[in-house]
Structure formats: C-alpha cells, structure tokens
Write a new protein. Structure first.
Length: 216
C-alpha cells in the first residue's frame, strides 16, 4: 500500500524541466505552469479517483476506488480497505481487513504530500511534450507525455490528460517497463474545503478491538 500511495502521489505530482526548446515542449510547459499555479492557490483539496492496474501481457486488470483529502502538509487517503492518515509528523496505516493500524514516524523523503506538490507540475528530471488535443464529449482534452531522463526508472513514460477549459488533471497513466499500466482517473476535485485537524489524526477509540503496532 505504501508503494501505491507514493505512486499515486507521484502521478499527481508531475514534473517539468526547463531546458527544452521545441514548440511542443514550450506549449506543454505553459500548460503545466498554468495548472500548477491554479492548484498551488488552494488551501485544501479533496479528490475522488479510480485506480486501475492493467497488464496486457498477463491479461490482468484490477480496479479500485479511492478518496484523498489534503490540508497543508496533512493528508488522508482511503483506498482498497486501507486508510492512511498523516499529520505531517506521524503516519497511520489502518487495514480494515485485519483491524490493525501501524504507526510510523512520517518522513517527507519517503514521499511528502504537500499542497505545493499535490496536483502540481514542478520538479526536474523529465522531458515532456503535447502529443494530442482532441474533443471528448463536451471537453477539449490535451494529452501531455512525460519521459524520465533517468533511464534507470522502473517506468518509461507518463501520459496525462488535462481539461483545457478549466485547467484540471483528468487522468494520468504510468507505463512500467514490466508491461503494467497504472491509470488514475480523477472523478471529482473540490478545493478549499474546511477540514478539522482531527481528521488527520487516527483515533483508536473509534475502532473497537483494533490492534496497534507502533513502529516508531
């Protein structure tokens, strides 16, 4: 689940580089900058998403629904019978299936989720370009492709769909070298909701009989 969390955040924390000159790269940079500026203005965020893991070679497909809430450096991720809560100091990983919660110190180096990261486009290490713009239903969708400069990465490209009109990320796909495709489709995005700080703390009293594994 930790890998899923980091992968989810990585696909939403897309990156840009500043050394490309081709027109498609420049257009992509302008688009990413506009989206980044929009999301960075939010004080909080709630998003519903669908995660799908597909491997055409193995003819396998797995789909899960999830919700993430973010306030400053705090977050709450609910997916696949697991609840991950972080108050920026401590991270709780609760499994509903076995009624167990693991407690760890939170290290931003392990995958920080911050409003200056989530749903934004800044960072380094990628080449990017606009590969397609097309009309889907009542929306004009721009597709941006990002490829890592570091060829040692386990994935070889990311494909992002952006709603051109309202500058929001609709979906992102991560293509692994092993043939797997991780797709995150964002269904709803609601900014600037009021979240109480206690929503980012795990209250043991609310989970009868929960087993607590403190790894701090």
């Amino acid at each position: 689940m930790k890998k899923l969390l980091l992968l989810f955040m990585f696909t939403l924390t897309l990156c840009s580089v500043y050394t490309q000159n081709p027109k498609k790269a420049n257009d992509a940079e302008k688009l990413l900058e506009r989206i980044s500026k929009r999301y960075k203005a939010f004080k909080s965020m709630k998003a519903d998403f669908v995660y799908m893991l597909e491997n055409k070679q193995e003819k396998s497909q797995e789909k899960q629904k999830g919700t993430i809430q973010v306030k400053g450096n705090k977050f709450r991720l609910d997916i696949a019978n697991q609840l991950i809560i972080c108050n920026n100091k401590t991270i709780w990983t609760y499994s509903r299936e076995v009624n167990e919660v693991q407690i760890n110190h939170y290290s931003p180096k392990d995958g920080a989720i911050r409003l200056d990261d989530i749903f934004t486009m800044y960072g380094k290490g990628f080449l990017y370009k606009i590969i397609e713009v097309k009309r889907e239903g009542n929306k004009d969708i721009t597709y941006v492709e990002l490829t890592p400069k570091d060829k040692k990465k386990k994935f070889f490209k990311i494909k992002v769909a952006v709603d051109k009109a309202n500058q929001t990320i609709l979906s992102s796909q991560v293509y692994d070298k092993n043939g797997s495709i991780h797709t995150y489709s964002v269904m709803n995005q609601v900014p600037n909701l009021k979240f109480d700080d206690n929503q980012f703390e795990f209250d043991v009293k609310k989970y009868a009989g929960v087993e607590v594994v403190d790894l701090r």
